[in-house]
Write a protein that binds this ligand. Sequence first.
Ligand code: ADP
Ligand code: MG
Length: 253
Amino acid sequence: MTAMVKAEGVHKSFGPTHVLKGVDLEVAPREVFCVVGPSGSGKSTFLRCINHLEKINAGRLYVDGHLVGYRQHGNKLHELKDKEVAAQRRDIGMVFQRFNLFPHMTALENVMEAPVQVKRESKATARERAMRLLDRVGLADKAGGYPTQLSGGQQQRVAIARALAMEPKLMLFDEPTSALDPELVGEVLDVMRDLAESGMTMLVVTHEMGFAREVGDALVFMDDGAVVESGHPRDVLTNPQHQRTKTFLSKVL
Ligand code: ADP
Ligand code: MG
């Protein structure tokens, strides 16, 4: 079975700052794969590389068996053209810590936007799917609301619906609940749990260890730009093997 995400010795530097120092991991299709680790360990940078927001400097990164950003000819790599990069990106949904909704558009318009603009879908088709997705995240009654009229939890649920509107094969979540008031975290995690049950492949950077333990199929602990420890969330969280993992978990659990 082809891995949905495969990283082999992935390195990324920003000028002199060496951020990813050989990341190796493999996410299977339909898996909920959690990434935990201290601030500055490179978690966001890694997700951004998968989604073409950053370019790796060395190693190999594959999504669904395809090299990210390159085509291989013999042992030479050729950079993909903008159009080909756009095609790769279409298959990946990303949800950020900050919800980044378009402020001048309603919830419905936010969810319709990419299918209409990027896929040239008809408005009727896009609207129908957007309504279905808003219903799925429990916000059918907020379709006409603008982001400022929605709570943080509601905005994040709209952001998830917006990502799903492109019918991605992979969803990336970068600390999707970290910017939320504590009482709003649960509603977003519930939506993510439903999505997981529907079989979506999800790569989730999170500090929500309860979610990781209950919903996660796999978990890696990242520190200083590399994977320190990996396994089933229950095992890593209850019986960490490395001192760095133990120290981190003692702070967040
Ligand atoms: P995490 O998400 O685990 O907190 P990040 O991937 O955001 O970590 O950041 C890892 C390191 O990379 C940090 O030291 C950060 O300052 C640095 N970094 C991230 N993006 C950039 C950038 N665009 N330019 C320079 N340094 C960056
Ligand atoms: Mg981050």
